[in-house]
Design a protein around this ligand. Structure first.
Ligand SMILES: Nc1nc2c(ncn2[C@@H]2O[C@H](COP(=O)(O)OP(=O)(O)OP(=O)(O)O)[C@@H](O)[C@H]2O)c(=O)[nH]1
Length: 343
């Protein structure tokens, strides 16, 4: 097939472009372009319009419905030279209406225009637009704006609901990853994070950071006597008591590992931490979980506290070491007591 001569191609392009620009810019001069002998298919109507006045009314409704300029993202344009007085343009494009109905723009629309030269003037003899929307139009709508708006609203509320669910799931996941599964207090991971944070804070304010390490006494014996499940329950009860002593902002009770716990006490002096340790042991005594076979007859714990002012010569690990050393001394000196400071 021979391709049309350049001037003919230019003509076809001009005809299509003029139509396109007027349609996009909501330019009513478009109405002048139609042939008296016109036929057309609207985007959502499934009937052939062959009454020019009806088509012009549809066009006016279209322009009134969407008065702001429309944007077409052209995908393809076929220009066909059918006869000296007939040319056809078939265009494929995405429609971007000036509203938030994004998925409308995802559809590919097709426009077929037939131009016919009548008494020396090129007119639009046929316009058939195909919009593959899965939604119907309401009333005399040309674009299915109402259905699209409803669909959009539904989609937005579904997205909002899913986003909220996802955020909640993420929040729960984050909380879970920082919580000890047995005792439901902070786990070692959160303790390490908070220790590092509090260390930095104490460093900035040149204040001491204080830490208490807590270890259950004769816990192996407890497990052996009462069973592992009872041991678990004892750890849970102890964790609850310890958590009740983390009262002020920044304080944190955590399960450090096994039957060892940590109480981070920013802003407390060594003396205050010792008092907190003693209060905690008194609470545990009051709980009086039976532990037959050890001198006191109830479950007890030992506490080691240490305090350091962060500086170039010390690290968080040193604070833990010193609290651990104090805890070791508490064990050595008979358990069920609080010891403080490095050896
Ligand atoms: N039930 C239970 N036992 C645990 C858990 N984690 C650690 N243990 C037990 O804790 C016990 C710790 O024993 P040891 O380290 O010998 O210390 P201890 O018997 O408490 O003796 P002292 O610390 O010297 O007073 C071991 O028997 C562990 O099995 C746990 O999650 N649940």
């Amino acid at each position: 097939m021979e391709s049309p001569p350049p001037d003919r191609l230019a003509l076809m392009r001009t005809l299509f472009e003029t139509y396109r620009q007027r349609y996009l810019n909501r330019d009513l001069r478009l109405l002048d372009d139609f042939s008296d002998n016109f036929t057309g298919y609207t985007g959502c109507g499934d009937f052939l319009v062959h009454d020019l006045a009806q088509w012009q009314a549809i066009t006016r409704t279209d322009f009134a419905q969407v008065p702001q300029p429309i944007h077409w993202e052209m995908l393809d344009l076929q220009l066909q030279d059918l006869a000296p007085d007939v040319v056809v343009a078939v265009a494929f494009f995405h429609i971007h209406l000036p509203l938030a109905a994004r998925f409308l723009a995802d559809e590919t629309a097709r426009l077929t225009l037939i131009f016919r030269c009548e008494a020396g003037v090129w007119k639009v003899a046929h316009s058939g637009i195909s919009l593959p929307y899965q939604v119907g139009t309401a009333g005399d709508e040309v674009y299915p704006l109402q259905s699209l708006a409803e669909r959009n609203q539904l989609l937005e509320s579904e997205v909002a609901a899913r986003t909220a669910e996802l955020e909640e799931a993420n929040r729960q996941l984050a909380a879970l990853s920082q919580t000890d599964g047995l005792t439901h207090i902070a786990n070692r991971r959160l303790f390490d994070t908070r220790l590092a944070e509090e260390w930095q804070r104490a460093c900035r304010h040149a204040q001491p950071l204080t830490l208490a390490m807590v270890d259950v006494d004769y816990f192996k014996h407890y497990n052996d006597s009462y069973g592992h499940l009872a041991g678990d329950q004892a750890l849970q009860a102890l964790a609850r008591l310890l958590a009740a002593h983390a009262r002020r902002s920044g304080e944190l009770a955590a399960r450090y590992g096994g039957e060892e716990f940590a109480l981070l006490l920013p802003g407390s002096s060594l003396k205050q931490a010792q008092a907190i340790g003693r209060d905690f042991l008194a609470d545990l005594d009051a709980l009086a979980l039976p532990h037959a076979g050890i001198p006191l007859g109830i479950l007890t714990a030992s506490v080691g506290v240490a305090s350091l002012v962060p500086g170039p010569d010390n690290t968080p690990a040193m604070l833990i070491e010193q609290a651990d050393a104090a805890l070791y001394r508490a064990k050595q000196r008979g358990r069920h007591r609080v010891e403080a400071g490095a050896a």
